[in-house]
Design a protein around this ligand. Structure first.
Ligand SMILES: Nc1ncnc2c1ncn2[C@@H]1O[C@H](COP(=O)(O)OP(=O)(O)O)[C@@H](O)[C@H]1O
Ligand SMILES: [Mg+2]
Length: 392
């Protein structure tokens, strides 16, 4: 099944009058700034092709002026492309007549803006239900739907407050609730969190991920912040001078950046949002089996210079941790490994992001055991592994 919701084919957008001349220069390989100097034409988008999948968070990242807003404005047809087309569920949106375009904008897509775009004379509820009002829903129905969305974004109890009472973070929650209330297939978010201070911003990013897990909307999210892009994006497209240079998952992009420009962008990111446990874990060098003698276990730990070892059964299924102190004590009193095994231990899976285990890694007395779905021991990851991967 084809699950593409938006596809963009060879899209270009130029501003200015001498466009044919500008296109000729661009095809010769002249860059955007030089073309502007010679012709007065801005190449805002150049030959962009993308496929956006149903249910993903697709992030478009680039510096200011790289063409991000121009691109999203082509998705709701606020911008008319110079060349190329945008398709929504296989239909070319340039072919929509006025009525179809109105329905598309009203029912299929919703937009969240950096500066909220709220109506100051309306209450929180009044803003949230606005789209539904336009759709012609009864007061009761739209009120119910709007209240549900406000609860989802954490604004329960604020329904009747005037907009000007709200903080920036709360305003953007209203913006999000309003966009979601009309139950669109596609959410366009143009730098929605850029105006918020860092802590509020983190909160909102978390909120968006939580909401996305619940509602499974397709979200096209624009940002100029690589950390935000890698945190939120299932896939990320990086733009420069109107062109998309690379589209990939955060992990693919950081492992294999197409160009130095992409690499530089990524180098400024916090790696813990990209690397998973599997990419830094190591094989434990002292594994002890449940049936081994304590003498053997002690020798193994001493030989490897470690003070604890993971204990597995015959099938490599993790049983717990044995510390050298416990082993020595137990050995003196004639006990077995099972008697002194620590079973309450932290485990994680290979596909967990490092960012998600930092807290555990920094407090746990032992390296964290990496196990698969059958609890088979796959490796270990220590605080040192996590920290060194963050700084590299
Ligand atoms: N209406 C317009 N007229 C002329 N140039 C424009 C217009 N809108 C955008 N541009 C130019 O197009 C380029 C891309 O802009 P934009 O899409 O807003 O970038 P971003 O959102 O990545 O900051 C910039 O060089 C900008 O100056
Ligand atoms: Mg912009």
């Amino acid at each position: 099944m084809d699950n593409t919701i938006i596809s963009v084919k060879n899209l270009s957008k130029l501003y200015g009058s001498e466009q044919q001349k500008a296109i000729r220069l661009k095809k010769k390989g002249i860059d955007k700034d030089e073309i502007y100097k010679r012709t007065g034409v801005t190449i805002a988008l150049w030959d962009v092709s993308l496929e956006i999948k149903q249910g993903e968070i697709f992030v478009i990242i680039g510096l200011s002026g790289s063409g991000k807003s121009t691109l999203v404005r082509c998705f709701n047809r606020l911008n008319k492309p110079t060349q190329g087309s945008v398709y929504f569920q296989g239909e070319k949106i340039d072919d929509f007549d006025k009525k179809r375009l109105r329905e598309y904008r009203r029912d299929k897509i919703a937009m969240v803006f950096q500066h909220f775009g709220l109506m100051s004379h309306r209450s929180v509820l009044g803003n949230t239900e606005y789209g539904l009002e336009v759709k012609g829903l009864s007061k009761e129905k739209r009120g119910k739907a709007a209240k549900e969305m406000l609860a989802m974004v954490g604004l329960e109890g604020h329904e009747n407050e005037p907009i000007h009472n709200l903080s920036g973070g709360m305003k953007q929650r209203v913006g999000l609730a309003r966009a979601l209330a009309s139950n669109p297939d596609l959410l366009l978010m143009d730098e929605p969190f850029s105006a918020l201070d860092p802590l509020v911003r983190k909160d909102m990013q978390f909120e968006l991920l939580t909401i996305q897990k619940k509602l499974k909307k397709t979200i096209i999210f624009i940002t100029h912040d690589i950390n935000e892009a890698f945190l939120l994006g299932d896939r990320v497209a990086i733009m420069k001078d109107g062109e998309v240079i690379q589209t990939a998952t955060p992990q693919e992009m950081s492992e294999n950046p197409y160009t130095d420009y992409v690499k530089q962008f990524i180098d400024s990111a916090d790696k813990t949002h990209v690397l998973d446990v599997g990419s830094v874990m190591i094989t434990p060098n002292s594994i002890v089996r449940l049936g081994d003698t304590l003498n053997f276990a002690i020798r193994t730990m001493k030989n490897n210079g470690v003070s604890s070892a993971y204990v597995v059964d015959k099938k490599m299924k993790l049983q717990g941790v044995l510390t050298i102190d416990n082993a020595v004590k137990a050995n003196k009193s004639g006990q077995t490994i099972s008697d002194v095994l620590i079973k309450e231990i932290n485990t994680t899976s290979a596909d967990t992001l490092l960012a998600d285990i930092i807290e555990i890694a920094s407090t746990t007395p032992f390296p964290i055991a990496v196990v698969d779905e059958n609890f088979t021991l796959k490796g270990i990851v220590s605080k040192a592994h996590v920290l060194s991967s963050m700084s590299s």
